[in-house]
Write a protein that binds this ligand. Sequence first.
Ligand SMILES: [Mg+2]
Length: 323
Amino acid sequence: MLIEEYISTDKPERGKILLVDDQVVNIKILHQLLHQDYDIHMATDGLKAIEICEKIQPDIILLDIEMPNLNGFDVCAKLKQRAETRSIAVIFVTGHFDLEKEVQGFQLGAVDFIHKPINPVITQARIKNQFKLKRQSDLLRSIALLDGLTGVANRRKFEQHTPTTWQHCLRDKLPISIVMLDIDFFKRFNDCYGHSKGDECLRKVAQTINSRARRPYDLVARFGGEEFICVMPNTDFDGALFVTQQIVDSIIALKIPHEGSDVMKFVTISAGLASVIPSQNMELQALIESADKQLYRAKSQGRNRVEAININAMAAAPERIEG
Ligand SMILES: [Mg+2]
């Protein structure tokens, strides 16, 4: 996703609020108050609340403290433990003013308290304020994870995001593919055309890669100077090879002049692909290293090409020979 898409405010998305209370009547009151301005989701127990948070990631959760089984404090603590739900703003809804409880709530990471009986004006104002803060911090967080020059994700985003993707693929037995990409003879490009043209080239290449790996869970990140990495979950070897070849072809199609290149008179890119269905005895780092090894092969075999490895097929091969 590009930076412009983050900061475009033409049509602000409606906020999502999750109402959690074991008393349906309390949920009804809040629903009545908020449904015109926000998308409302509801839960009557803590476990269900956590499940909904993981699934839809609401902006704000209005959380009753006193509930049977998992109480509001337990729910809040669990949400703050997980990266996916950590940034949800928790507002506790409590029956009576209790200083000790409020201290405990804020220590657990809550952003505010609302007291029952619900005062409509105060409640709406507090939620509006928290929603505004939530949007601002979401924006800052997303900008901090973007590469300022190219607008694609930065390496930090890659490092934060990819272990989670890996875990999902491991759990659901899905293939995952990683592509390492490196612009050919980029140092010579900078020497020949200057750094300003170099930056322009990086931007075009990054956005072209981004436009090819464009499903919601694909990630394109700038890995280093002229190096990019692409993570494609739920993508097998054949599918990833197809996309990677498309990326290589579409970089040539940009026809960015490159007199210093030994490959052709336009900018080209080399790609190393590695695919695997993760298993418990395998690590993400090994997949990244495999992709890097393939990139090295692509470079040594003439550049402007894809070299690829299907790790599962490699592991299966010796068995076939023995059989
Ligand atoms: Mg209650």
